[in-house]
Design a protein around this ligand. Structure first.
Ligand SMILES: C[S@@+](CC[C@H](N)C(=O)[O-])C[C@H]1O[C@@H](n2cnc3c(N)ncnc32)[C@H](O)[C@@H]1O
Length: 259
């Protein structure tokens, strides 16, 4: 048996975990995969919600921008988790502003109908604490979001490179996950510079598994005054009082005092 060497095969980033029916979009400048999934596992969902709870405990309003949201499953996941964990107190996080550069993605997101895998159904069950039918109608592997979720999200088409200039309000959480490595370096640098210029120190930036594996993203964020916390994918401005080594410790101290 002849076994060929695989030394010449290279990937631009580490092990993406997309569904196998990803759509690849290409423009003259760059290409990227559009697909996402419910409760994609490069977010530590429980810890992320704990962090929002702690960091914004005194805020009356928290602005969540879910950019590059693809077909919307990420925004629906977050809305479901916030409602499940906080009940009526989740209102200060709504509406989630969810945008994507691709018009078709936004149409899919607004429709709120998805073909999902067994694993996603399982995760939705888990994160909704068994209340799947509160949030979705389902026919087998096709699910349709109910108004309790749809009413919490505004889906719009937008380009993060220009939209970032509008994200200056205090207490803004900017999710822009798994797009950066597919942008040309100049665009990644521009985004890091604009995030630094426009967002408030009280805000957070949430990246995905592809972004945090990318050395250039790390470099550009560091050069622009951002610190990567030890909570996976979460960056904040260096003037923030939570230092990288103690962000999780702060969170647990806060939670243990609360309980
Ligand atoms: C790989 S998907 C990421 C989806 C989701 N955020 C996640 O992490 O699973 C990348 C998405 O970025 C969108 N995108 C690419 N460039 C963008 C830009 N400049 N502004 C907003 N969205 C963009 C694409 O249309 C695509 O839906």
């Amino acid at each position: 048996m002849i076994v060929n060497s695989v030394n010449n095969i290279s990937y631009p980033y580490n092990a993406p975990s997309f569904k196998n029916f990803c759509v690849k979009q290409c423009t003259p400048e760059y290409s990227f995969l559009t697909k996402t999934e419910f409760f994609r596992q490069d977010v530590c969902w429980n810890r992320f919600i704990d962090l929002l709870n702690m960091k914004y405990k005194n805020a009356d309003k928290v602005n969540i921008v879910c950019h590059a949201c693809s077909d919307g499953e990420e925004a629906y996941s977050l809305a479901l988790k916030l409602i499940t964990d906080f009940g009526e107190k989740a209102e200060k996080f709504f509406p989630i502003i969810a945008r994507d550069i691709n018009h078709d993605n936004i149409c899919l997101a607004k429709a709120g109908e998805f073909a999902v895998s067994d694993i996603e159904l399982d995760r939705i069950d888990t994160y909704s604490e068994g209340n799947f039918s509160k949030f979705f109608n389902s026919i087998g592997h096709y699910i349709k979001a109910k108004d309790i979720l749809k009413d919490k999200i505004i889906f719009e088409q937008g380009d993060i490179l220009t939209d970032v200039e509008q994200f200056g309000a205090e207490n803004t959480v900017i999710m822009c996950r798994n797009i950066l490595p597919n942008m040309p370096p100049a665009m990644r640098k521009e985004l890091a510079e604009k995030l630094s210029k426009y967002i408030a120190p009280s805000s957070l930036v949430v990246f995905g598994e592809w972004d945090i594996c990318d050395k250039l993203v790390y470099k550009y964020m560091a050069e622009n005054g951002f610190i990567m916390s030890n909570l996976r994918g979460i960056y904040y401005k260096s003037e923030n009082k939570y230092k990288p080594a103690n962000l999780i410790r702060e969170m647990y101290l806060y939670l243990s005092k609360k309980n």
